[in-house]
Design a protein around this ligand. Sequence first.
Ligand code: NAD
Ligand code: MG
Length: 341
Amino acid sequence: MARVYYDKDADLTLLEGKKVAILGYGSQGHAHALNLKESGVNVCVGLRDGSSSAAKASQAGLEVLSIADATKQSDIIMILLPDTEQAKVYKESIEPNLQPGNSIAFAHGFNILYEQIKPSADIDVWMIAPKGPGHLVRRTYEAGQAVPALVAVHQDATGNAHDIAMAYAKGIGSTRAGVLETTFKEETETDLFGEQAVLCGGVEELIKAGFETLVAAGYQPESAYFETLHEVKLIVDLIYEGGIEAMNYSVSTTAEYGGYTRGPRVITDATKAEMGKILGEIQSGEFAREWIEENNSGLENYKKLQKQTNDHQVEKVGKVLRDLMPFIGQGSKKVQDVSGG
Ligand code: NAD
Ligand code: MG
C-alpha cells in the first residue's frame, strides 16, 4: 500500500519566517495563493508585466510582484505557469534570482522529468500536485475539505525538502484529504498516459466512433448525441461514486449484459497493445520531444487537429442541444486538465 500523509504528518510552522511565491494566477495559482494566505502563510504572487490577473490578485488582498522580484523575495517558489511556458520563464526570470537553499516547486513533473528545467544542486526541488482542477482546490478548502494531492521530492539540497513540501500541502489544505507519496517520473508518466489513452484521447475517440456509427446507419444525429455523448457523464458519475459494480447495479440488466459481452469487442487486445506503445513513447521521452518540438515550431499540427475536432458533427449538434438544456452550462467552466496534472 502506497504511503499517504494526513494533517498530523505535516507541520505548518515550518513555513513560519518563510515567504512563498506563487508564479501564475490561473487555475492552480489562484487556489494555492488564496488557500496559503488563509492558512496564515506569507505569500506573494509573481506575474508577468501587464498580466490581466494582477488586478484580480490584488483585489483578493494578495501582494503582486514581477516574477523576478517574487522569486528574489521568497524562499519557496511554486511554478504554476502553463507547462509549455515554464522553461523559458525559468531561464529568464527565476534561475538568476534563486538563493541556495530555496525550494522550486511544481504541480506537475513534465519539465523536470524531461530536463527542460535543470535546477542547480543547491536548490530543493519538489512537487505538490493536487489531483483536481484549481477551482475545486479553492472551493473545497473554503468548505473545510480538500482535493487530495501527490508529493514527490526530486532534489533534497537542504535535507528538509520533504517536510517543507508537506507543510506546503497542509497550507493549501490537501493533507485534510490525503497526500500520496510518488516520484516525478511516476506522476508525469501516469498523468500523460491517463490523459492520452483513457481520459482525453480514449473517451473522445470512443464518443466520436459511436456517434459516427449511428449517424452513418441513418439515425438522427440528435439521438446519436444523447446516446453516445450526453449519457457518458451519467455513467461516469456512477463509476466515480461507487465503482463499476455500482454503475452496473444502477443500469438495466440488459445494459449490463450487453456491456459485458460487447465491450471487450470494442476495446480489444489490439487496443491494449496500442496503449502499451503509447506508454512506451511516454517512457522513452518520444512524446515529450514531439510536443516540445510542436510548440517550438508554431503549433501548426496542434491547431489543425483542434480545428478538425471542433468541426466534427457531434460538436455542431451538441452546441444546439446544450443550448436547449441551460442547466448543463453551469458546470462547463473550462477545466484545463481533467486528470489534474
Ligand atoms: P493556467 O493556464 O490556468 O494558468 C497559468 C498562469 O500563468 C496564468 O495566470 C497565465 O496568465 C500565466 N502565464 C501564462 N503564460 C505566461 C508566461 N509566458 N509568463 C508568465 N505568466 C504566464 O495553468 P494551470 O492549469 O493552473 O497549470 C499550472 C500548473 O499546474 C501546470 O504545471 C499544470 O500541469 C499543473 N496542474 C494543473 C491542474 C489543473 O487542473 N489545471 C491540476 C494539477 C496540476
Ligand atoms: Mg492529469
